[in-house]
Write a protein that binds this ligand. Structure first.
Ligand code: GTP
Ligand code: MG
Length: 198
């Protein structure tokens, strides 16, 4: 799996634009500004491939990145940005509902802020993932902003608030300091061929 071979495919604005070619879709969701695009850049060894920062709440498309012609990383628009209009929030809701109901997601990557207790919106997003029945990996990003002494308690609080089962992987991560990158690559990019080599 060559993750350096990545191309941007499409920013879907409506359900009719969703990609339906049978390749796996790894869906990245999380609050606005939590670092979805940064985590994707980290995984792909790129600086500004998935767009980072600038205008929070403005990435209102479902962005598809094709990796090595084998799978898609799907950067979902963030939620919970206060300054978004009601109309825009409703548009977001319709687009997300359609995507989560589409059966197109093969694995969920739910990105949470390692510093804070997950919000009500985070809990709702986790429930959406669980409703798809697909495996979900929870990534606790911005670990570099936590004190060492806080980390364990914060991770426990994330587990409890999101009601994660024991089997659900909760991965401490920092896109900034590149903590957890290799492990997330292993979890997401491992495939049958690679497994046979082990
Ligand atoms: P939207 O697309 O607007 O929903 O945001 P996003 O979730 O894609 O977040 P993005 O990757 O754009 O990152 C938001 C801000 O957080 C940027 O300023 C990043 O540099 C910063 N950031 C992302 N990850 C980390 C991290 O691990 N540590 C720190 N300290 N900052 C981070
Ligand atoms: Mg983004």
């Amino acid at each position: 799996m060559n993750y350096n071979n990545a191309t941007f495919c499409i920013g879907a604005m409506k359900p009719g634009d969703f990609v339906r070619d049978g390749l796996p879709q790894l869906a990245f969701a999380g609050r606005s500004n939590v670092g979805k695009s940064s985590v994707i850049n980290c995984l792909l060894n790129r600086k500004n491939f998935a767009r980072v920062g600038s205008a929070p709440g403005k990435t209102s498309q479902v962005n598809y990145f094709l990796i090595d012609s084998r799978l898609y990383l799907v950067d979902l628009p963030g939620y919970g940005y206060a300054k978004v209009s009601k109309a825009e929030r409703e548009r977001w809701g319709r687009l997300m509902e359609a995507y989560f109901a589409s059966g197109l997601i093969s694995t969920g990557v739910h990105i949470i802020d390692a510093r804070h207790k997950p919000t009500a919106d985070d809990v709702t997003m986790m429930n959406w993932f669980q409703s798809t029945g697909c495996p979900v990996i929870v990534v606790a990003n911005k670990l570099d902003k936590c004190k060492k002494s806080e980390i364990e308690g914060n991770l426990q609080r994330i587990r409890e608030t999101l009601s994660l089962s024991e089997e659900t992987i909760l991965l401490p991560f920092s896109a900034e300091k590149r903590i957890g990158v290799e492990e997330l690559r292993r979890l997401l990019f491992r495939d049958e061929q690679d497994e046979q080599k082990i």
